[in-house]
Design a protein. Structure first.
Length: 336
């Protein structure tokens, strides 16, 4: 080791600097972009996902607090006029709900953070690959194709965060509420699970009826946008060759196809929603009817009926959402 002065260093230095940096993230570019592409990226976030899973369990347990509060208030506080007990219960529930809100915020923050990581990785890889393509492949109609791919990244990220992550982790409600439901009464548990499966089956049936309507609608909308761009870019030629009437017919044909497909899709969704609404209300009626019979048989209390109805609402929502997501998986695959 030898120390040299500044003047001597300037004489020896040839004005060359070598910058050495670690090269990271290149392995994701070499993988085929499909569902399996996300597995290594999610594995890097496994500890955050584990935290989100634990928080989801806690959220479902804490969401049971208002149900217990109502049941105890009706069965014990009202019967014995225990005002002091009511104050204690109210304070405890308020603290539990505040903690529930904080935990929910943390879970959403984790989901959004993972979504940001995935979006940044996908956006970087796509743009790097775009810059590496030959010039002939990024000209003409391909420009619109690549622009659409870049814009679909945000849609893919929102579907992952707002739908896939939330639906999968909300399914932890099954681990919490199904044992609770059967602990109240076995027959009530069968009723709630039966209606939940019926509502989920209804979603699957109508998704199959809709078929490829969403994909066809996207293609038609893309065709409409292309027609608009072509008309604007070629307006001079349209005027010169007097092709306005032909272009007008093409536009009306494309617009009519879009309206018909969207109308069919809306009718299917509306029918499915109304049937599920009917089943939800029917489930409530069956729960009350059966619960009253069990109260007369001294197998349930009045507060338990209300508690079971509230638990049923919390249990059916994630089950239906999961079944719906499974039925719409092709749409998410289409984004990928």
């Amino acid at each position: 080791q030898q120390e040299v002065g500044l003047n001597e260093f300037e004489k020896l230095w040839k004005n060359i600097v070598f910058s050495v940096n670690a090269l990271r993230g290149t392995e994701s570019k070499d993988r085929q972009f499909d569902v399996k592409w996300f597995l290594p990226e999610l594995w890097k976030c496994r500890y955050m996902l584990l935290c989100a899973f634990i928080i989801s369990i806690l959220l479902n347990i804490l969401s049971f607090t208002p149900i217990i509060f109502i049941q105890i208030s009706l069965d014990k506080v009202v019967g014995y006029k225990a005002i002091s007990t009511l104050y204690v219960l109210t304070a405890g529930v308020a603290v539990a709900l505040l903690f529930n809100a904080i935990m929910g915020f943390i879970r959403d923050y984790i989901f959004n953070y993972i979504g940001d990581l995935l979006e940044s990785r996908i956006a970087t890889d796509i743009f790097d690959k775009l810059l590496g393509l030959p010039l002939i492949e990024v000209q003409g109609e391909n420009i619109t194709k690549f622009a659409g791919s870049m814009q679909s990244i945000t849609a893919l990220r929102n579907n992952l965060v707002m739908r896939v992550f939330k639906v999968v982790f909300d399914l932890t409600a099954v681990l919490v509420f199904v044992p609770v439901m059967f602990a109240y009464n076995f027959l009530m548990g069968i009723i709630v699970l039966g209606f939940s499966l019926l509502m989920g089956l209804n979603k699957i049936v109508f998704n199959n009826i809709a078929g490829k309507s969403p994909e066809i609608l996207n293609e038609v909308e893309s065709s409409k946008n292309s027609l608009i761009r072509e008309s604007l870019h070629g307006m001079t030629m349209l005027k010169e060759f007097e092709e306005e009437e032909s272009e007008r017919k093409n536009w009306r044909k494309s617009a009519a196809a879009s309206i018909n497909i969207r109308s069919k899709k809306n009718q299917i969704n509306s029918t499915s929603t109304e049937i599920n609404g009917f089943l939800q209300q029917a489930m409530t009626i069956v729960i009350i009817f059966t619960g009253v019979q069990l109260v007369f048989a001294d197998e349930l209390s009045a507060g338990s009926i209300i508690a079971i109805n509230m638990v049923a609402g919390k249990l059916t929502s994630p089950i239906i959402a999961a079944i719906t997501l499974f039925g719409e998986r092709n749409q998410i695959y289409g984004l990928i």
